[in-house]
Design a protein around this ligand. Sequence first.
Ligand code: BTN
Length: 253
Amino acid sequence: MSTDDNAHGHWPEGYARVVLDTVDSTMAEAARRAPDIERPTWIVAKTQTAARGRRGRPWIVPKGNLNATLIFRPEATAAEAAKRSFLAANALYHALSIYVPAEKLSLKWPNDVLLCGGKVAGILLESSGRGPFVDWLSIGIGVNLRHTPDGVTDASFAPTSLREEGGWEVAPLDFLATLADAYATQEAKLLRLGFDRIREDWMHKAARLGEVITASTGREEITGIFDSIDRDGNLVLITGTGPRAIPAADVYF
Ligand code: BTN
């Protein structure tokens, strides 16, 4: 596998990096490379021609934004592996707060990062495996560094970008180095202190905790007070009929 070790800035030990010019999707590229992955590998592309978002939505990729996927082999069941989205969100928060005041950032369940209330970054998880553990997990991350994408019509939150909100300019590869470091720190926290520590960090940065929000599962709309994230990563709302743990939904507020 071709990797390059000339990462911009500090690069976390044990992680590889692949830099591509154009690719259909870094998620698709990660899946193609999965059989040969020997260590956690960040795949980053300047452009994607068929980038995908959550729930089958397209992801629009103007030049100058970050398009990256981390692929690795966690010793985890699919349910445990899915909790990595919280690690990625925490890492994004830390990385972005270098370039913009942290008070402007917040996290929206399950895996969006908001800047001044607009969506600045999205996270998409994919995994594969037949045994008790996943064979591999991919964490795809798109960050609107330079441009706010046009034509996003089906998003529950309007997109924004670091530049639009007056953040410091940062090149995608420089941002990736910061993000890769922040993500490696999250993995170390998970290993030493467990998911409770990750969950606690995430909740400190959550948008609308303690306020009334609505979760749309596709089958029903559930409105309640945003109480917490439980140990399985579910959204917990206190509704008129009691607490509800919601495994998957789009959230509106
Ligand atoms: C979302 O819908 O919020 C998730 C968006 C994830 C986009 C990123 S960009 C890098 C990686 N490659 C893709 O095709 N998608 C993810």
